[in-house]
Design a protein around this ligand. Structure first.
Ligand code: PFF
Length: 464
């Protein structure tokens, strides 16, 4: 057994605290905003099935690998990758994998914070009964006027970024752990209340049918790429968030067991969010394929026409904000941990610097909806035509950087790191479970990611 390291940042008080924190990272806008609308756009049940398959054969083993690397290295992803590579007799250049993760998390947070800001704004709008009996035109006009106003977006983006950095500045046990112990039970409770509400709409079964009845004619290659990218995004994989959380995991906790709980919780929240949203949509005769506006236009309209809609609508947006908050802290933790380790800063300084830098980068997203709405710099590529800076950031991070990061993590865990080291850290003997994990990470994940990538590259044709 290798000598055990300890993290200079402290550790979770128990394996449960880790499960809550990692579930908090995983459950976010991805589950409640993105999953329902991409499912709606990709035809429902068949897409859900592909997504579940990606979670099981790619997401699950990669999450185990990330936690394993994190706990073995016990540092920020950059230093962890460097240390583990040197330790296994390979090049320290593997630190660049850590860097890619830190940059991806930073870029994701820059736009995540803007969208989470919309959720904050909508808490107050629904509470003020703004959507009571609103017409379809009315609800779009409220949303479009909001997006067209850079000052409002900037205001809510700032509020959300400050909320995030306040937690991160307080450290692992005083900030992150305290926040998730409050946010996660709140989140589960609200979700259950909303599920009860959706069951009372009369269209619950139609919602279930849409989610679980597969119609394979409704999906194509692009849907598979989206499903795989989303499996990484929703489980927070491929960028070191789960790795850095793993670096605070007590040594005696089982990695396979905790991963199982996190994956089940994340998947359950996404499916239940779908079971809440689609019945409301159908009960009001609305379209499930409305795209990113599903939550901010279709849903408020549904709530606006239902008894108790203001109360339940407000609860819904509180749920969304809670989910986003417990994820955003994990997006910036790798960068903050690195600043503390390598630049001799305390957490407060590191959080302020990263918070300001990320807030500034978020301006690109803020302006993508108004001042720079027509700035679509990659129009020369057919597939990127009409994509704003926000669309491009989303595509670059969720569809390229995370799967690429996941691929590199898979390669590192089974081709670079020695078998003894991974078996020792995963602590599950040399039996079938370990062999299955190794097989999935060694062959299935890399092959799946590469195939999907090749298709994606095939889809990115040059215009004309
Ligand atoms: N998993 C989060 C969600 O589903 O919203 C997003 C996310 C958080 C992605 C942290 C990546 C990450 F490192």
């Amino acid at each position: 057994m290798a000598e055990l390291r300890t993290s200079i940042h402290g550790q979770w008080s128990s394996r449960w605290a880790f499960v809550l924190a990692a579930t908090g990272s995983a459950v976010g806008l991805g589950n409640i905003w993105k999953f329902p609308y991409i499912t709606g756009e990709n035809g429902g049940g068949a897409f859900v099935l592909v997504y579940l398959l990606c979670i099981a054969v790619i997401g699950f083993p990669i999450m185990m690998a990330e936690i394993m690397l994190g706990r073995r290295g016990r540092q920020s992803p950059i230093n962890t990758m460097y240390t583990l590579a040197i330790e296994s007799g390979h090049s320290g250049q593997w630190k660049w994998l850590g860097w890619m993760g830190v940059v991806a998390g930073f870029l994701i947070l820059s736009y995540y914070s803007v969208i989470a800001g919309w959720a904050l704004a909508y808490i107050f709008r629904t509470a003020a009964s703004t959507f009571n009996n609103v017409t379809p035109d009315g609800v779009s006009s409220i949303f479009n006027t909001f997006l067209a106003d850079p000052e409002s977006l900037l205001f809510w983006h700032t509020v959300f970024m400050v909320m995030t950095m306040l937690v991160v500045a307080r450290g692992v046990s005083g900030g992150l752990e305290k926040a998730v112990k409050f946010l996660m039970p709140g989140l589960f409770l609200i979700l259950l209340v909303l599920l009860g509400y959706a069951m009372s709409t009369g269209e619950f079964n139609r919602g279930l049918d849409f989610l679980f009845n597969p119609d394979f004619s409704r999906i194509n290659q692009e849907s598979v790429l989206i499903a795989m990218g989303h499996a990484f995004f929703t489980l927070s994989l491929g960028m070191g968030a789960i790795m850095v959380y793993g670096s605070y995991l007590p040594q005696n906790a089982s990695i396979a067991g905790t991963t199982f709980l996190i994956v089940i919780a994340d998947t359950a929240v996404a499916l239940v969010a779908g079971m809440v949203i689609f019945p409301l949509v159908f009960a009001n005769g609305l379209e499930p394929g409305a795209g990113p506006g599903l939550i901010f236009q279709t849903l408020p309209m549904a709530f606006g026409h239902m008894p108790g809609g203001a109360v339940f609508g407000t609860l819904f947006f509180i749920l969304l904000a809670f989910a986003a908050w417990s994820s955003s802290i994990s997006l910036i933790e790798p960068a903050v941990a690195w600043l503390v380790e390598n630049h001799n800063m305390d957490r407060m300084q590191a959080s302020v610097i990263m918070g300001i830098a990320c807030w500034l980068t978020g301006l690109l997203t803020v302006f993508s909806f108004n001042l720079l709405a027509d700035f679509t710099p990659l129009d020369m590529f057919e597939s990127f035509k009409g994509k704003t800076l926000f669309d491009l950031l989303d595509f670059l991070t969720a569809s390229i950087m995370l799967p690429l990061g996941g691929l590199a993590i898979a390669i590192f865990s089974v081709w670079v790191m020695g078998r003894d080291a991974s078996r020792d850290e995963l602590d599950m003997g040399d039996g079938l479970a370990y062999k299955l994990w190794r097989f999935l990470v060694r062959y299935i994940t890399p092959v799946a990611v590469i195939i999907v990538f090749l298709h994606a590259i095939g889809m990115i044709d040059l215009a004309g």
